[in-house]
Design a binder for this molecule. Structure first.
Ligand SMILES: [Zn+2]
Length: 88
């Protein structure tokens, strides 16, 4: 028996306390990511939001730490601070 396992594809987190009748369990880390995902989508229509959540639950979970630091590195390159720019 699974112990309140997160129902997002590829996520192995357990002991989730959030549950949706539609989407089942979601762990805090996926929930946080979903919040960001939905916010960034700009979609306000109820049905369209459900579609987005469905797509999210089907999207494989990535190693968030790695993703975030990779993104931070990329953005630091693209938008260097004033100090960094002058040092170059
Ligand atoms: Zn999860």
């Amino acid at each position: 028996m699974s112990v309140l396992a997160c129902d997002r594809k590829g996520c192995s987190n357990i002991m989730c306390d959030r549950y949706s009748r539609r989407f089942k369990y979601i762990c805090p880390s996926c929930f946080e990511e979903l919040t960001e995902f939905l916010k960034c989508s700009g979609v306000e229509n109820y049905k369209a939001r459900l579609d987005i959540i469905e797509a999210f639950m089907e999207s494989p979970k990535h190693d968030r730490k790695d993703t975030i630091s990779a993104v931070a590195e990329f953005l630091n390159e693209e938008f260097p601070t004033e100090v960094v720019r002058h040092a170059r």
